[in-house]
Design a protein around this ligand. Structure first.
Ligand SMILES: [Zn+2]
Length: 471
């Protein structure tokens, strides 16, 4: 995956700017020449390559007219030919549609598609007509760009930490040094765009090198199930944030042990107070029951968990344009407080961090976050829809006779909920269960299910509703 990054010049002196603008203007004439000569059927449309154009120009002296260095015009020819090729490809999309409209005969379609792909449309009257219709002769409109090949520039950091980019000017061995407003050196082929009195340096980088929050999101729809041993399991079967379980259980053990010791110390202090030994009471309170170290450790643990969860969400968004997830916010609203139960408190807090990470990463990286009703997603077979049993990390489906990975099965169900016509985000879980049962019953009997049928009622009675959250 490629991403474009832009560096900007800072405080570029006027003389250099004028020289670069002039170079870009001359290279604009090179572009215009390329478009005029090769921007149609006889040029790029006949399979002509930029290398052949260069050889022709060198042979007939065309290049001398432009007054630019050899490498500059050669790179510009290559760039302009690529623009024309893109223009041609866009026209072919239209012509392919026209072919589909014209004939239903697979052989005939294939013949025309192939002729189009290998640029031999001129031999077929219909294709020739269509191409001439859709491939409008373009013309160059670019007069403010300089393309610089990777081996033709260099970057230097000066004594004050400023990054300078040196690119070829109009004269041989006279580089133009451009101060940049970044400390990250551009790499690969550069496209300099002279705009608004400064230089924009555009270059491509591998998206995986970008800081995760700047990476573009992926293109697919991915369901995720929130776990405890790992932050997320996705509908492809991949697990993300696998260190979470270990982080949480070690923290839980540590907290339980510490709380036990603190309770003991507190009771000693209380006893001392009861016997009038206030000095001892204060000593214990000051030295043994302080909160500074405790708070610092807690903050460090929270930071580690957040990193684990955010990294997991970034991994999912790497491949997802749409992330489908259970709505993890406000799940515990209205319930009694969790008291001192360490595990449940940690789990509830983690859930909040996961919700926050999903929302924040999706927004920053441009993916959509879709919340769905997750009731019974961990107790339903994603293949046949039957309600089954989850035992530990396995889900067993009797009709299919298959054992699934429970969290993967749940993640796939969550993804499917996004397109479910009957189950909305706030459909009560009792109703969800009924809908799921009706579907499998219909599937088995191929008859509309009677809600009051004794069989269904009996089945409901035998399988009392578990909480939608029990996973
Ligand atoms: Zn099944």
């Amino acid at each position: 995956m490629k991403a474009t990054r832009i560096a900007y010049s800072t405080a570029l002196n006027v003389g250099k700017h004028v020289a670069l603008v002039e170079q870009a203007r001359r290279l604009g004439r090179v572009r215009s020449e390329v478009w005029q000569r090769y921007g149609s059927v006889g040029g790029v449309g006949s399979g002509l390559t930029d290398r052949q154009v260069r050889d022709r120009w060198l042979a007939d002296g065309t290049h001398v007219r432009f007054g630019v260095l050899a490498n500059a015009w050669k790179e510009t020819v290559r760039d302009a030919m690529a623009d024309i090729a893109a223009n041609l490809a866009a026209a072919k999309v239209e012509v392919r549609r026209a072919i589909t409209r014209r004939t239903n005969d697979p052989a005939e379609r294939k013949r025309m598609f192939t002729a189009l792909a290998v640029d031999r449309w001129a031999e077929d009257p219909f294709l020739d007509r269509q191409m001439r219709k859709h491939w409008k002769r373009g013309r160059n409109r670019t007069h403010d760009q300089i393309v610089v090949r990777a081996d033709k520039y260099n970057t230097v950091v000066d004594g004050r930490g400023r990054l300078w980019l040196a690119v070829p000017g109009l004269q041989r061995r006279r580089m133009v040094r451009i101060p940049l407003s970044t400390t990250v050196a551009p790499a690969g082929t550069l496209r300099l765009i002279l705009r608004g009195g400064r230089v924009e340096v555009h270059y491509q980088i591998d998206a995986s090198q970008l800081r995760s929050s700047q990476r573009p999101c992926g293109g697919r729809t991915v369901g995720v199930d929130k776990g405890y041993t790992e932050a997320l399991t996705d509908s492809d079967g991949a697990r993300h944030g696998c260190g979470l379980g270990e982080l949480l259980s070690s923290e839980s053990d540590r907290l339980k042990e510490r709380n036990r010791r603190r309770a003991k110390l507190r009771s000693i202090a209380n006893n001392a107070a009861r016997h009038g030994d206030h000095a001892k009471e204060h000593r214990i309170a000051a030295n043994n029951l302080g909160t500074v170290k405790r708070d610092r450790q807690a903050a460090r643990h929270r930071a580690r968990v957040r990193t684990e969860i955010f990294t997991a969400v970034h991994r999912v968004v790497d491949k997802a344009a749409t992330v489908v997830a259970e709505d993890l916010t406000n799940r515990f609203a209205g319930r009694t407080t969790l008291g001192r139960n360490v595990n449940r408190r940690l789990a509830a807090w983690t859930k909040g961090v996961t919700a926050e990470a999903l929302a924040s990463v999706s927004e920053r990286r441009g993916s959509a976050l879709v919340h769905v009703n997750a009731a019974y997603t961990s107790q339903t077979c994603h293949r046949c829809g039957a309600l089954g049993r989850r035992g530990g990390d396995r889900f067993h489906c009797t009709p299919c006779g298959v054992v699934w990975q429970a969290d993967v099965n749940a993640a796939i169900n969550i993804r499917q909920r996004a397109g479910d016509p009957d189950i909305a985000l706030h459909t009560p879980h009792q109703r969800v269960k009924q809908i799921l049962q009706d579907r499998t019953d219909r599937h088995r009997t191929r008859l509309p299910v009677q809600d009051s049928s004794p069989a269904a009622a009996e089945r409901r009675a035998n399988h009392p509703n578990r909480s939608a959250m029990s996973k």
